[in-house]
Each structure stands twice: as C-alpha cells, then as structure tokens.
Design a protein around this ligand. Structure first.
Ligand code: L34
Length: 294
C-alpha cells in the first residue's frame, strides 16, 4: 500500500491561520506587534530563497518585519554590533541570522551574541540547555516543525522507536532531545545514527518513525526501512535546474521507492521546509507575548 503523504504545506497553513488570529488579538488587546528581523549575509541562493520566504510570511501575518541584508565581506565586529543594536530595539522581538555564514565569521560567536529572549531560532546555548532539561525555551524551528507535523498528523510518538539519521545542532541533536522528553508528543525511544554508525540499515529498519537529516540526496533507500514506517525527510538538496531555471529539489530519502513501504511520508518540497518557516513565526509571536509578562 502506498503511503499517506504528510503535507507540511497544509499543516503550516493551518498554524499560520491560528497565528494570524493571535497577532490580531495582540494588536487589539495589547497594542503589541510581533517584530522580526532576519539578517542575511551575502547572497547564497538557498539562503536568499529561505529568508525571502520568512519575510513574506512575517508580512502576511501582520508582523513588523525587517530584512537586513549585509555584504559577504562584513566584518565579524560589525555583525556583532548590528546584533547588539537589535538586542536593544524594543520593536524587535525575534532576531534571526541566517546560516551558514561566510568562513571569516565565527558562527558560535554570532549565536552567543543574540539575546536568548530574542533567539527565535533556539540556537543560543541558554535555549539549548533549557531544552535539554525540559524547561520553557524557544524550540529550534525545524525540530519544532517536525514535532508539530507528527502531532497534527495523529502519529503516536509515545513508546515509538524513533530513529534519527544525522546529529547536527540544528536538527538531529535537538529533535532527539525533544522526542525523548517525558511530555505529550514525545516519550519516544530514540536512536541517533551518524557518519560513524557501523550498520545504518540495522537501525533504520527498526524504526517506527524515521527522521532523516543526513544532508545527502537519497541517503535512505527502500531496503533500509520496514513496512509501515513513518518517514520524515528533512533534506533539501538542490540537484539541478529545470528548463525555466528553477532549482530542482530532492530530499535525503528515495521518496518514490520508500513511499511504497511507508505508511506515511513527507515530500520534498512541501514537507518539513514550510513548517520550519511557520515555527519561526510561532516563536516570534511567543517572544512578543513574553514581553507582556515581564
Ligand atoms: N538561522 N539558519 C537559521 N535558521 C534556520 O531555521 C535555518 N534553516 C536551515 C538553513 N539555515 C538556517 C532554514 O530556515 C534550513 N532552512 C530552511 C527553511 C525553509 C525551507 C528549507 C530550509 C523551505 O521552505 N523549503 C521548501 C523549498 C524551498 C525552495 O524552493 O528552495 C520546501 O518545500 O521544502
């Protein structure tokens, strides 16, 4: 039986509709407009496309949104000063510095420079630490999106064997942490595979839920999964260009073959990507609401 296709585009739309109402309420009741700045250094085509989509969504939801483009050769010092400016700006609740950054800039330093209360990416060590102990924090957008996709598609994680391929700070490590928490939408038994895993297929075949963030096209093939698995494909690989010049995308999973064995699977595009963007909006609304408490 062919798999159910889990539409991230559809779920993201539902969440955005909820957020739009919340933004209107914040404006009406509290005269509060969520503010988001996205900082883009250089002109990496994938980054330009993601940041443009983030700005467009922020605008649609009625945010105060600022797109701050900086040249590829900006100094680390200037970038850090810019972040400090937004840290002090009360109209800005969320600061996002799109990654990757040019090699001459230390990404860690940049992430540390963002006020943890405005770190809507959830990359600052304060938020990473809070996540680890199950405290209130900004959840990183891609893992947050994956968890919402699972919950809103009615996929049971409690007691499930979840296997994650990839151990990045942006996806693998945080999603592993989130799904092992003693919380609704989690409570899974989690295995993390990576480039030094001895027998990848041994692990992936055991998965009830398989989350793939390997960063390589078609890294997971049909012979590596069991019948009925739920597959979440986080990969976005640009594998060529169409006649009209548009990028051709594919995930980290051999979609056509794996969908014949899976019970449910996310497509690329239209799976996790749109959820990532929407969770950034949710985190920014949360950051704005947090200022009401203080
Ligand atoms: N700071 N840097 C920071 N925060 C992030 O959360 C990100 N990420 C990752 C790269 N760098 C970052 C993103 O925004 C990856 N990422 C991201 C965001 C959106 C999409 C993919 C990755 C997305 O919308 N993908 C679409 C296809 C878009 C296209 O045509 O290129 C999809 O349907 O999958």
């Amino acid at each position: 039986m062919a798999a159910k296709i889990i539409s991230g585009t559809q779920v993201a739309k539902e969440i955005r509709e909820e957020l739009k109402k919340e933004v209107e309420e914040l404006k009406g009741k509290h005269n509060l407009v969520p503010g988001l700045v996205t900082i883009l250094v250089g002109e990496n085509p994938a980054s330009v496309s993601y940041v443009t989509a983030k700005q467009k969504t922020a605008h649609e939801l009625g945010f105060y949104s600022v797109q701050d483009n900086q040249p590829e050769d900006i100094s680390e010092e200037t970038l850090l000063a810019l972040i400090d400016k937004y840290n002090k700006d009360d109209s800005i609740h969320g600061i996002l510095v799109q990654l990757p950054l040019p090699k001459h800039i230390d990404e860690t330093k940049v992430i540390y420079a963002i006020d943890p209360d405005k770190d809507v990416d959830g990359f600052h060590p304060v938020n990473v630490g809070r996540l680890m102990i199950g405290a209130k924090c900004f959840l990183p957008c891609t893992p947050h999106g994956i968890q919402q996709l699972l919950i809103r598609s009615g996929i049971e994680t409690e007691g499930a064997e979840v296997v994650i391929v990839g151990r990045s700070n942006i996806v693998g490590k945080p999603i592993a942490n989130m799904l092992m928490q003693k919380k609704p939408g989690a409570n899974a038994t989690v295995t993390v595979c990576h480039t030094r895993t001895k027998d990848m297929a041994f692990h992936t075949k055991r998965a009830d839920i398989l989350i793939v963030a390997a960063g390589a096209p078609k890294a997971v093939t049909a012979d590596m999964v069991k019948e009925g698995v739920v597959v979440i494909d986080v990969g976005v690989n640009r594998i060529g260009k169409s006649a009209s010049g548009k990028a051709i995308l594919c995930g980290d999973v051999d979609f056509d073959a794996v969908k014949e064995k899976a019970s449910a699977i996310t497509p690329v595009p239209g799976g996790v990507g749109p959820m990532t963007i929407t969770m950034l909006m949710l985190n920014t609304v949360q950051a704005a609401k947090n200022t009401l408490e203080g």
